[in-house]
Design a protein around this ligand. Sequence first.
Ligand SMILES: Cc1cc2nc3c(=O)[nH]c(=O)nc-3n(C[C@H](O)[C@H](O)[C@H](O)COP(=O)(O)O)c2cc1C
Length: 284
Amino acid sequence: MEAQDKKRLLETIKARYSVRTYENKPIEKAVLEKLSSFLDANTQGPFGNKVRFRIVDASQAAVSELKKYGSYGLIKGAQVFMAGTVVKGEKDMEDYGYCMEKNVLMATSLGLGTVWLGGMLNRSTFAAKMDASENEVIPAITPIGYPADKRSMLDRFVRTASGGKNRKAFGELFFDGNTFASLDKAVCGKYAEVLEAVRWAPSASNKQPWRIVKEKNTNNYHFYMSEHSTNSMMKDIRIQNNDMGIAMSHFELAARELGLEGSWQVEKPGMEAGKLIYIVSWKG
Ligand SMILES: Cc1cc2nc3c(=O)[nH]c(=O)nc-3n(C[C@H](O)[C@H](O)[C@H](O)COP(=O)(O)O)c2cc1C
């Protein structure tokens, strides 16, 4: 295997960005088929909640209907979406974030643009397309398509306004031994790259709610959420918990690609965490 192949996922993680302007060109059949079979096999998150994904071709009428809703109005040129459902349950939002982000990275590696849309969107349109049952929710969707070379003015504005290109500093997100001491990359070994992969993850409004504490002298990493007051504005949906699942997928994919073994466990790290909410631990 070529050296560059070995870091395929890490590169995909860094290459991904939110695409809000799409070329008016149909997705190649072979690309759609590959993506479809990936979606079909992606059925369960690390916490065991069941997810289902579909590629949804929205008709022109459905697209106009969607345009009435805030976040979609900013998206140009896409009519095909990846939509999904998760069965309501404990840590359902984390599982959905984790699984959907894997789809996003697969789409990115196939040359497609994506943007997570979890704000105001016409969920009933997608619920019908997904044949969603009462106990399933649609936390977020993403359009898929070829990124247009020229991003619209609005797209540029949104990206700048939401700080799309920026991320918090390493030491603001990752901590050493407790939730107060900034982590120094030098003590993390190969995990420094794993944490960088989390840093470049997408998050709702780019709030980057992930706070990760490295347990001293171990490869155990405890994941906490810095919750914003808007997290539970929508019934059954907590968008920042999606962000936590997204961070877990970047962490795990990067770790596995670098040959680092570990698994997810929910435990009580027994740390003074202030207002941070404990989610999960990686036991490396
Ligand atoms: C769960 C989730 C929900 C999001 N919802 C929206 C949305 O409704 N509208 C939108 O334009 N962008 C949305 N985004 C995209 C973020 O604004 C974007 O990921 C972030 O600003 C970082 O930029 P980047 O993806 O280009 O790295 C969402 C992202 C996530 C993870």
